[in-house]
Design a protein around this ligand. Structure first.
Ligand code: GLU
Length: 441
């Protein structure tokens, strides 16, 4: 069975970049009737917060990306300790005592000599006595996994054949000096224990994958298949990392973006298939194909979400927005007629209230200097409401006969006087919704 996972660290809100990872993993599992696990990578007790874990779940639920199972790394520290011991027992795990400053210095020296900044394994030369002394001076050391210096190969679901020389990578630190298990070990243990078959994550994890493959092999686990999606950039190709804070899923929700718009865009952006607005997750699942995604950085423009949101809203039946209409005060017996007009004229649901206020209270008339007399005359010909579907055509016919105006010169000043705007809904449909025409005085 296919089992995938989305593994955010609850140290902040999830953003569009994370969503891409979550969505791909969700879709792969859903497409094959498999399992999708939400894994909270919370081994860092300082930075991980329950509030963020709750927010991540709320955001995923809002999107409809529900998980079959949730796991927390902080519940599994015993397992990570056992795995660490296994690695120690097989001689693949060694304690190091360099301070960050010392490591930094080593890296700089290597770079100056034109060498790759790979950890030189000098801790391997320490005797037990030397280690005991260092422990006394500096406290517990940090632990590194000893990579086998050979090539690590895999066929990536997006990047194709990858081959990384393990000698070009530092032995990864799996336990910090303060005893904290690091993501690399925790993730490997979880992927093995939860039977993860497919790992999709950002291309910033490619080197991690190389080291994780060797750790999985050392621990006797089955290798999942790996795929690394490109990272999102801004519309001009600029790095998005600094702006991701403003592209949190909750901010987009706040701005009125609809889940279907977001999911439809992200399920296709960066692939060879066109972006198509879908009306359900089922359709998105059906149209998803990981192999159509390319390795190049993917441009993301938040503005693309608004036309998709508008089109999605225009397709919704009144039942889908009944609560919202009720909340802004649209009477139930007007909801259907109001929605059928308003839905074509909004970008987000936030725009609805303006249209409702227009219907309920009328608009401040917009009358050009030269039209004052014309509008005064026209308003005399407008009967008192309530209006119906014929009111606009009857009225404009009468005004045309009385004034001789026609075409745009007839319709535009009337529209502006009634709605206060140059553009807007079809007037025949709008008139029955208008409770007041303020220009009538
Ligand atoms: N917590 C890791 C991250 O958010 C998970 C990476 C992975 O999918 O393995 O980057």
């Amino acid at each position: 069975m296919t089992t995938t996972r989305f593994a955010p660290s609850p140290t902040g809100y999830i953003h569009v970049g994370n969503l891409r990872t979550a969505l791909f993993n969700y879709l792969i599992a859903a497409k094959s009737g498999g399992q999708f696990i939400l894994r909270l990578d919370d081994t860092d007790p300082e930075r991980s917060k329950q509030e963020y874990a709750d927010a991540i779940m709320e955001d995923l639920e809002w999107l409809g990306l529900t998980w079959d199972r949730v796991e927390k790394q902080s519940d599994r520290l015993g397992r990570y300790e056992a795995a660490a011991q296994e690695l120690r027992d097989m001689g693949r795990f060694y304690e190091c005592f360099e301070t960050p400053t010392e490591l930094d210095l080593k890296r700089k020296k290597q770079l100056n000599m034109g060498k790759p900044p790979v950890y030189d394994r000098s801790a391997l030369a320490l005797s037990e006595d030397e280690k005991a002394k260092l422990r006394e001076e500096r406290g517990q050391g940090h632990w590194r996994f000893m990579l086998d210096h050979e090539r690590i190969n895999w066929t990536d679901g997006i990047l194709g054949d990858i081959s990384i020389d393990a000698a070009s990578v530092s032995d990864p630190v799996l336990i910090r000096g303060d005893g904290q298990f690091l993501y690399t070990l925790a993730s490997v243990c979880d992927d093995i224990d939860f039977g993860i078959t497919n790992v999709v994550r950002g291309s910033d994890h490619v080197t991690n994958t190389a080291t994780q493959i060797q750790i999985i092999q050392a621990l006797g686990g089955a290798l999942p298949s790996f795929a690394h999606h490109s990272l999102l950039t801004g519309p001009q190709g600029e790095a998005l990392s600094k702006r991701l804070g403003t592209l949190a899923i909750r901010d987009l929700r706040e701005q009125g973006v609809q889940p279907m718009a977001l999911l439809s865009l992200l399920a296709r952006l960066g692939s060879s298939q066109p972006v198509e607005l879908r009306s359900s997750l089922e359709e998105i699942i059906e149209g998803f194909d990981l192999s159509t995604f390319g390795a190049a950085p993917t441009k993301f423009d938040v503005q693309d979400l608004f036309p998709l949101t508008a089109r999605h809203l225009a397709s919704l039946p009144v039942e889908a927005v009944a609560d919202k209409l009720d909340a802004i005060g649209v009477p139930a017996d007007m909801a259907e007629a109001f929605w059928s007009v308003a839905r074509e004229n909004i970008t987000t649901l936030g725009d609805l209230e303006g249209w409702w206020v227009l219907c309920r209270d009328g608009a401040e008339p917009l009358i050009d200097e030269e039209d004052h007399e014309f509008i005064a005359q026209a308003m005399m010909l407008l009967p008192d409401g309530p209006y119906d579907g014929d009111s606009w055509s009857n009225w404009t016919k009468d005004v045309k006969e009385a004034t001789g105006r026609k075409g745009k010169g007839l319709f535009m000043p009337l529209r502006k006087a009634v709605t206060g705007m140059e553009r807007g809904p079809d007037m025949s449909s709008l008139m029955p919704l208008l409770q007041v025409v303020r220009a009538k005085g």
